[in-house]
Every structure is written in structure tokens, then in C-alpha cells.
Write a protein that binds this ligand. Sequence first.
Ligand SMILES: [Zn+2]
Length: 68
Amino acid sequence: MIDSKLFELMACPRCKGDIHEKGMFVLCRRCELAFPVLDQSIPDMIIDEAWPLQKAEKNDFKHDLKIE
Ligand SMILES: [Zn+2]
């Protein structure tokens, strides 16, 4: 889980809108992007590395990405 205080400060880097946590991702429904959360607590908010929401949904909101 992402620290809730940190989460309150976070916004979608693309639309600056609200995001929420689902499985191993942080989602922006407006942009239909899923940002992977690495190491269970570090969201990767780089737009180029985000998954399309549908792909994350198909994967049951799981990924096996690791911090490099
Ligand atoms: Zn967005």
C-alpha cells in the first residue's frame, strides 16, 4: 500500500486529475492509464511507462515489474 499522505499529494502526471490504487497499479480513469507500483509502495508515474488501463485489467491488475 502506498502511504496515504503521499497518495493525497499525487495526481495523474498527464491530466493532473485524481488517481486511485487498484491491485499493483495506480489508475487514472480519465486517461485510461495504469501506473505500476513497484516494490509495493513506489508508484512509477512516468507516462511512457504506464500501461493502458485495459492491459492492466486483463492482467488482473498485477505485474511483475521490479525496480532496476
Ligand atoms: Zn490522467
